[in-house]
Design a protein around this ligand. Structure first.
Ligand SMILES: [Zn+2]
Length: 154
């Protein structure tokens, strides 16, 4: 599991149609919640800021048109990887709720579209911070950088 070890500095902002827009500082995200322009989409368990759980992902209440969004693909996000892979584990085909770094983060693997796949809990545990060869596992899919349509609403 790589999920909880990350120190969360930035909060991912999703547009009203669930597409990732950008990241903002936690303070900024809380201000957006306070002003009612965004709502909590995914939160840190057991941590609160005032009346809100500490957000990891917030979603804009109203759709915002961005000029650049069609010019380049969406930025990497865990939610985006799960959407791209239809929540199907890249190793065994089971339902995936986590993402795995193909090249482990501990070995310099990046948070990038090409280095991450959706993974079920048990495959994620099994692979841990090993390489594919070390874990004796094979990918059923080839990770790719999606365009906007790929990570759209499902
Ligand atoms: Zn699996």
């Amino acid at each position: 599991m790589h999920r909880r070890e990350e120190v969360l500095v930035h909060v991912l902002v999703l547009n009203a149609d669930w597409q990732p827009l950008h990241r903002v500082r936690l303070k900024h995200a809380v201000r957006m919640l306070f002003r009612g322009v965004a709502e909590v989409h995914e939160a840190e368990p057991d941590r609160m800021i005032g009346v809100w759980p500490v957000p990891k992902v917030v979603r804009l209440v109203q759709y915002v048109v961005t000029r650049w969004r069609h010019a380049r693909g969406p930025i990497w996000s865990r939610a985006g990887v799960l959407a791209r892979d239809n929540r199907i584990c890249g190793y065994c085909g089971a339902t995936a709720n986590t993402i795995d770094h193909v090249k482990p983060r501990s070995r310099g693997g990046l948070n990038s579209w090409l280095n991450t796949v959706a993974a079920c809990y048990s495959c994620n545990q099994r692979k841990s911070d090993k390489t594919l060869a070390e874990a004796g596992m094979r990918l059923r899919v080839t990770p790719y950088a999606p365009n906007w349509a790929t990570v759209g609403v499902r």
